[in-house]
Design a protein around this ligand. Sequence first.
Ligand code: NAD
Length: 286
Amino acid sequence: MRFEVCYSPGISLEELLHVVHDYHVLVFRGRLRIGREVIDRAVNLKVLARYGIGLDNVDVEYAIRKGIAVVNAPKASAISVAELTIALMLMVFRRLYSLVHEVKEGGWPKGKYIGRELYGKTLGVVGFGNIGSRVARYASALGMKVLVYDIRNVSQEVVEIGGRQVEFEELLSRADVVSLHVPLTPLTWCMINDKTLSLMRDGSVLVNTSRGEVIDTYALLKHVDRLGGVALDVLEQEPPKDECLWKLVRHPKVIVTPHIGAETEEAMDRIAEELAKNIAEAVKWV
Ligand code: NAD
């Protein structure tokens, strides 16, 4: 199958609206919202293809109603995101950001930042899908105890890695680290809020490599001082502009990476391959 390809990585929504009628397949990432406005103008479109996971920026139901197939690459980046999650936990527990920064500034802060081991600590995994289950396995190999919360019954798989599926409240109140791996849905929107943050123990750590909107930023700002640390690869606004979000990003207990969970050579190759296969399959049917 041969495609003629037009590559416009920085295209604006306005520009897209002007040209989208020319295309049979639209490949996009998370920056633009592919809603009714785009879909209504896309009169020749057969396939909407999200480069990566997460279809939260697409009106999937409307697209399907219009006869447009929606595909993504759901499994391709799981290893990279899971590895980043473990790296973020280690960064917080060993205070690596401060140590590396001070040495670069000419300091030698030996003895200033005493870290903690992950070994023996309890990890709470929220969402036991492709990424969460991997994080749980890696953490278990590092000697962490694993608690899992998921709306599906995954207790058998969790037991196999020596963990336990529990209710959300129990996970929050017992975990030394809470790591978020749920999709963004109406049920997960702000599931980390003032009430649920209140259940987290003083000194516990929050890691989010899922979607920024899963956390209520204002509530997190209120609780951050009593937490042991916060590591975020995703924000509700990327890049952050809102003053409240900036306060969080600059907070000494918070480290933020710019949504790079899937940005490894291996994951990007895998996403491209998986997506190309899914597009080729989809155009046969629509
Ligand atoms: P997945 O669909 O494989 O797993 C999600 C899990 O969450 C499932 O087990 C599901 O049952 C569970 N879940 C759904 N709603 C829930 C709820 N209300 N409460 C508890 N559990 C719930 O998804 P995945 O591939 O593991 O991706 C997880 C997250 O990571 C998504 O938000 C995705 O967008 C994000 N992601 C981020 C990056 C990045 O660059 N940081 C890259 C890829 C994916």
